[in-house]
Design a protein around this ligand. Structure first.
Ligand code: GLU
Length: 553
């Protein structure tokens, strides 16, 4: 009988495989300081980086590095049906772009670093097979030749009988087939899958511990799940157990859609004679949809796609700080108290993620954080960052930025350099175009209606006279105070009070106050009613441009 089993194993796995002993040697226990966490992120290359994937990466990275541990990247590409070819490197390049450092795994070009690889599951097929072979030998796994039609028929039968569906108990017919029957099927050229022979009983309750969800009672797993598909690659469940064991993961931090699989995963670890890692199942990021919370969805929400933030041109730091906020809501207070500290110094806490049904996504909050961060960039930095973005995403902005870099940097310096409170009007690089369009003659325009309304506010005083007096006295070298003094003088001369008090004291004496004159200038120069400081704008625009625009009236 034994010999027959060995014959079967050799027939199923004719190739030379590493032995479990060799593997144990090749993947020694990691030498990390006491209490250090080894975590990982394990994306599948589906051609899409979910915002939640960046969130989970950040959490795993923080917990590892904050404890002097290791964070690594593993590509889970064993599900060839879900895989979008050529996208395995997308995740690496995304987390690299967002400054999430990983110690081991493939880089954007697929080059691997680290001693626990390969880090792509499709390159680890022999490793999984080695353990599957061993499980078959120990009677803990078996080949199954059930066809999709038979499985469908089983499902329908179970439904009709009011039974739980799946390959379990006496429904798992290949579990008890004789070796002769198995050989016969192989002789017919059929390709089996390998199933795990579950030792569980659904009626038995077990306690499962999760670092975020706490202690939960769940039924034991009794499903004989597929651990190796007929293409020779493992399923997620099996690969998870093998990889997280060999790669020395201490904490598996993953989406809570995997929580129901924990009884199975624990069984797999026991069957393989390994200790399971600790688990922390993350609640997904939520979004308000017509007043109701729901999971941020890849199908429905553009914000679920990391590409959305890249295209809009949110600075990477903003996205990361926003995610830190979502994970640990005290980050915001910490940042306010420590505006200059590196975010790595924030004491990140896994506990703070517990008791959350999933943080609520709020684009306004991200915009605010982003504006705060952009406000701290120097004009050079802003120019450089915007250029990198424009090069990739927006030819129009690129052209604008290339037209006159020095002029651009002066524009960016307005209320930024030397300002007590730097302006916070820019949060995304995609906003630059509209924000600064008025500085350029080919993109500047002013609505005739706006001019008409403003002229009415002059109560009959000739705008041309005001402008001409203003230009006569204007000196680009004047500082803001001098500029305003001169504006007041021009105003007084034409019957506009220099401030509200004077105006209110003698309303009969004035047509209005100096703000009306400033508004006139602002509209003629920028086409807008609200802008950063007008004196600074004029200095940047230069005498020639402002004269031309003011005289165009
Ligand atoms: N490849 C799995 C996924 O994309 C990863 C789950 C895990 O982190 O273990 O959902």
């Amino acid at each position: 009988m034994e010999n027959n089993l060995e014959l079967l194993i050799n027939r199923l796995f004719p190739e030379k495989l590493p032995t479990p002993e060799e593997l144990a040697k090749k993947y020694p226990n990691r030498q990390v300081p006491n209490g250090a966490l080894v975590t990982r992120v394990a994306p599948s290359p589906t051609g899409f980086v979910h915002f939640g994937g960046l969130y989970a990466s950040l959490i795993s990275e923080r917990l590892a590095h904050q404890s002097q541990g290791i964070f690594y990247l593993r590509i889970e590409d064993t599900d060839k049906k879900r895989e979008v070819a050529g996208t395995a490197d997308l995740f690496a390049s995304a987390i690299h772009q967002y400054g999430i450092h990983y110690d081991e795994g493939p880089d954007e070009k697929g080059q691997e670093k680290g001693n626990y690889g390969p880090y792509k599951q499709s390159e680890r097929a022999d490793i999984y097979k080695s353990y599957i072979k061993e499980l078959i030998r120990q009677g803990k796994a078996y080949p199954c030749f059930a066809t999709p039609e038979e499985l469908e028929e089983l499902r329908a039968r179970q439904e009709a009988m009011g039974e739980r569906s799946g390959y379990w108990g006496h429904f798992a017919t290949w579990r008890d087939k004789s070796l002769e029957e198995v050989f016969m099927a192989l002789d017919q050229g059929l390709k089996p899958v390998i199933r795990f022979k579950s030792p569980g009983n659904f009626q038995t309750k077990i306690i499962i511990n999760d670092l975020l969800l706490g202690r939960r009672e769940m039924p034991e797993n009794d499903q004989d799940i597929v651990i190796m598909k007929s293409d020779g690659l493992p399923t997620y469940h099996f690969a998870h157990a093998v990889d997280d064991h060999l790669m020395g993961t201490t904490h598996v931090i993953r989406g809570n859609e995997w929580f129901p699989s924990l009884p199975l995963h624990q069984q797999l670890f026991t069957a393989l004679d390994w200790t399971a890692p600790a688990y922390a199942h993350l609640a997904p990021i939520q979004k308000l949809d017509e007043g109701k919370k729901r999971k941020l969805s890849k199908r429905k929400d553009q914000e679920a796609n990391l590409g959305y933030y890249q295209e809009a041109g949110y600075p990477e730091e903003a996205v990361i700080e926003y995610l830190l906020n979502l994970a640990n809501s005290n980050f915001e207070d910490w940042r306010r108290a420590n505006p200059d500290l590196d975010k790595q110094q924030f004491p990140f806490s896994l506990k703070k993620l517990a008791n959350s049904n999933g943080p609520l996504f709020d684009l306004n909050k991200l915009n605010d954080i982003s504006k705060e961060i952009v406000a701290r960039f120097s004009p050079d930095e802003l120019y450089r960052r915007a250029s990198v973005w424009a090069e990739k995403y927006d030819p129009e902005t690129k052209e604008l930025l290339n037209t006159d870099p020095e002029y651009l940097k002066k524009i960016f310096a307005i209320e930024r350099v030397g300002a007590l409170k730097p302006r916070k009007d820019l949060g995304r690089w995609s906003e630059i175009k509209t924000e600064i369009a008025y500085f350029f003659d080919n993109t500047f325009s002013v609505s005739p209606d706006l001019i008409t309304t403003t002229l009415t506010e002059l109560s009959g005083v000739e705008a041309g006279d005001i402008i001409s007096d203003f230009l006569d006295s204007y000196n680009p070298k004047d500082n803001q105070e001098q500029w305003f003094e001169k504006l007041k003088e021009v105003g007084e001369k034409h019957g506009f009070a220099g401030n509200n008090q004077d105006y209110k004291a003698k309303p009969e004496k004035y047509h209005g106050q100096v703000g009306t004159i400033a508004k006139l200038l602002r509209i003629l120069l920028t086409g807008r009613t609200q802008t950063p400081n007008l004196c600074l704008i004029m200095q940047v625009m230069g005498l020639e441009r402002i004269t031309k625009r003011l005289k165009a009236l």
